[in-house]
Design a protein around this ligand. Sequence first.
Ligand code: 13P
Length: 237
Amino acid sequence: MSIIAANFKANLTRAQVLDYAKKLDSILHSMHADLPQIDIFPSNSALLDDKFTHFHIGAQNAYFAPNGSFTGEIGLLQLQEFGINRLIIGHSERRTLFGESDEFIAQKFRFYAEAGFEIFYCIGEDLGTRQKGEQHLKDFLSAQLKGINTTYPKLIVAYEPIWAIGTGVSAKIEQIESTMETLTQLTDAPLIYGGSVNEVNAREILSLKFVSGVLVGSASLELQSFVEIIKAGINEA
Ligand code: 13P
């Protein structure tokens, strides 16, 4: 089954997310189709109870503690209050803008794996790394997966090349294909792609042999675009 996930980042207010979620549930209901796995990741102030019929709510980030003196963070207890048990870890924006190291990210992984969460673990290179060639790229991605249990049954690896995020230009199909194939040598986890996925390119990306889903940023903010991407996922289900 395909995985179609929406990362809203710091976009949409709580009221907007609630409206979006209600409309999405009702649209999906009327489709009468075998739906893919659908997950929505709103900002922390817009987290909703994970009780929609056709999709799940997850968090974009959380600290590796039940609660405590971690200003600006939220912990396991705050997520559990919403019934949330899925989490994005290691997004490149957290790595680059907020200085999260591989080890810091791995600590989050260990804590939330222990708590039984489904973990969307993000990896991906910058342009300079890619330009250094195939072997360098493989070593880089392999290092990003070090320190986590790549056989964790609820692990989903999201490959998001930094140079394709928010640019409107996704990686080329051959690049996605070959990098995903490389990743199959590093983990058995389902592999999903992120980086300028939209309603036009989703179908082709989802049809690739080693791609089990997509993690969508900008194009998920528009409900109708996200629905079109879900439809592409239905055909691949
Ligand atoms: P865009 O779809 O806006 O490129 O963002 C991708 C992403 O970072 C999803 O986590």
